[in-house]
Design a protein around this ligand. Structure first.
Ligand SMILES: [Zn+2]
Length: 301
């Protein structure tokens, strides 16, 4: 299997961007245009694109490009340039794995290129609501998915059977995972943060139980050769999923012990029940405190 990795777009020397995080959605606002898109060939016309935001998966072939997630609108030209390095065909479809801006920010740009945007029903609802709150419903209309599904749907495209399936209440309430069945490749969206604390968006219908149950369901589908694109982090495999499940269960137990003792959220944070994991799993967006608060809020809900 060809796994050559190459940078499709060269970068300017200076990095000027400021990640802006909110409590309910991990939206990173990119300023400047120095993002490098890195393309990894997974074989069978499938590629993983890493830039800024959620990892992108694409299927290329004579039918056109089927894209999974599209990062941010202000790097859409870079993403399209990276796509053009591996195919002359246009982007026909973009599937949003969930509603967060670091996975859907390029929707309007891709729609302008002629792509049809697809998602779970709740992704469209949440994106629409978010535009409405900002008073941008009219100008943002082209960024909304035009084709939505409730449970599963299958695309027969570029010779693939692309099985798209929903799992309720994991990272959000609208998560879609994508399984290229014969190619044995999966895109997990943010139902997998490889090697780091996951963001479980309780305010968007995510739950810890659902998050873990989803990973277990995916592990049952995967085999030792399955290539798994996580929402964030490096290309992964079944072992990554199993390790993540084990770690999340142990973390939750550590927090639950303190919840069961009747401690309040701040007291539990002060006790640092995830101390054993913070060095390995903590990162810019989800540190030990934030992960602890997620477990506490989920357990108490
Ligand atoms: Zn997300």
């Amino acid at each position: 299997m060809n796994k050559s990795v190459f940078a499709a777009v060269s970068a300017a020397a200076l990095t000027i961007f400021s990640p802006m995080m909110s409590a309910s959605a991990h939206v990173t606002v990119v300023q400047g245009d120095d993002v490098i898109i890195t393309t990894t060939d997974l074989g069978d016309g499938l590629y993983m694109l890493e830039g800024r935001g959620g990892n992108i998966g694409i299927s290329v072939g004579e039918d056109g490009v089927f894209m999974i997630d599209d990062q941010f609108g202000n790097i859409a030209d870079k993403i399209l340039a990276a796509v053009a390095e591996v195919t002359d065909e246009p982007v026909s479809y973009v599937l949003n794995t969930h509603w967060h801006g670091d996975h859907t920010g390029g929707n309007a740009a891709m729609a302008a290129e002629g792509a049809t945007i697809l998602s779970h029903d709740n992704v469209r609802k949440r994106l629409k609501q978010s535009l409405d709150v900002k008073g941008e419903l009219e100008e943002g209309a082209s960024s909304l998915p035009v084709l939505t599904f409730s449970d599963t749907t299958t695309f027969h495209w570029n010779g693939h059977e692309i099985h798209v399936f929903h799992f309720p209440n994991a990272h959000t309430d609208g998560d879609a995972r994508v399984h290229f069945r014969t190619a044995n490749v999966m895109h997990m969206g943010d139902t997998l943060f490889a090697g780091r604390y996951p963001f479980i968006d309780l305010d968007s219908g995510g739950t810890v139980d659902g998050y873990i149950a989803n990973l277990e369901a995916v592990a049952a589908l995967a085999d030792d050769n399955t290539q798994i694109i996580p929402g964030h982090g490096p290309l992964s495999d079944k072992a990554t999923i199993l390790t993540t499940v084990e770690a999340l269960k142990a973390m939750r137990t550590a927090v639950k012990t303190l919840v069961d003792q009747g401690l309040g959220e701040d007291e539990i944070v002060a006790a640092d029940p995830l101390a054993n994991w913070n060095d390995d799993y903590g990162w810019q967006f989800i540190n030990g405190e934030r992960m602890t608060r997620t477990f506490v809020r989920d357990l108490k809900s």
